[in-house]
Design a protein around this ligand. Structure first.
Ligand code: HEC
Ligand code: HEC
Length: 245
């Protein structure tokens, strides 16, 4: 009887030990990092990226210019490493985006290759020359704050840094900048850069609006800007109203 109990317990211990020694479920930040690393190593296929982008046009529009009310950001022209990181983070729930998350499922978006493809497609889209900007009444102060607090990471003109996956923020819609900045400051955007969080945690409302107004007015280089009435010829049906708006 004792012996039988002993054998039973040994068996249970053996099983649980095996489970404990097996692969542990990864936390969201780790699994996103793995996907980012995999996607960065792949050779992107822009033509396939165009196909993958179809589903993104529903919200970000065929030009990738988002909406001037900032509900959907401009993603056109974003550095591939940044788009890759944001897609991986959203999908792994390392950045909350309940509106978009269902569209990042492997069934709809695919794997690391498709992420690399769509990021390369987005990077070559010319940017919106008429993004929405702030009130424009405190720009000198905004410039001063930018140079002291942001330039080191986001670059002189807000062009970002591909190696450190620091986003291009020049020419982004003002209300999107305000929302993300606020979420980064209060810790709601979990994938935020901790050094940036520290840098901005004492910002006053006046400093915030001044610097973000300045950022929204930073111009991307001429070669990255579209003509104001440019329409993406890759998605002609969008404007014919065939099924999606
Ligand atoms: C149903 C609408 C919807 C669809 C479809 C969608 N997105 Fe988004 N996307 C959003 C919203 C909303 C945000 C901003 C969320 C926020 O404010 O944090 C966003 C944010 C992003 C960001 C982060 C931008 C930044 O500067 O931080 C990227 C990158 C992005 N989307 C890429 C894509 C790609 C690529 C696709 C297609 C595979 C796609 N999205 C499909 C709604 C959508
Ligand atoms: C230490 C480097 C660093 C500093 C300093 C910094 N940032 Fe950032 N910032 C980042 C990184 C990295 C991200 C992207 C984090 C992520 O999601 O991976 C980011 C994200 C952002 C975003 C969100 C962009 C998007 O497309 O979603 C905004 C807006 C922003 N920063 C503005 C600023 C402003 C304005 C300042 C100065 C007041 C500033 N940052 C200072 C590194 C920095």
């Amino acid at each position: 009887m004792h012996r039988r109990n002993f054998i039973c317990w040994s068996f249970v211990l053996l099983l649980t030990n095996n489970v404990a020694a097996g692969p542990q479920p990864m936390n969201p930040a780790e699994s996103a990092r793995e996907e980012v690393e995999a996607a960065l190593k792949l050779k992107p296929d822009i033509n396939n990226g165009r196909k993958v982008f179809m589903v993104c046009t529903v919200c970000h529009r065929p030009e990738g210019w988002g909406r001037s009310d900032g509900r959907y950001p401009q993603i056109a022209g974003q550095l591939p490493s940044v788009t890759i990181k944001q897609l991986a983070d959203i999908r792994a729930r390392n950045r909350d985006n309940p509106t978009m998350r269902p569209f990042t499922s492997p069934q709809l978006l695919g794997g690391a290759q498709e992420i690399a493809d769509v990021a390369a497609y987005i990077a070559q889209l010319p940017m919106n020359p008429r993004n929405s900007v702030g009130p424009g009444n405190d720009l000198e102060y905004g410039e001063e704050i930018y140079q002291e607090n942001c330039q080191e990471c986001h670059g002189k003109d807000g062009e970002g840094d591909p190696v450190e996956h620091i986003p291009r923020i020049q020419g982004q819609h003002i209300d999107y900048l305000k929302r993300q900045f606020h979420w980064i400051k209060i810790g709601k955007r979990r994938n935020a850069d901790q050094k940036m969080v520290k840098q901005i945690h004492r910002f006053t409302p006046r400093e915030e609006i001044a610097v973000l107004d300045y950022v929204s007015r930073l111009r991307p280089p001429a070669g990255h800007l579209a003509a104001p009435d440019w329409r993406n010829p890759d998605f002609p049906n969008y404007y014919r109203g065939e099924g999606y708006q």
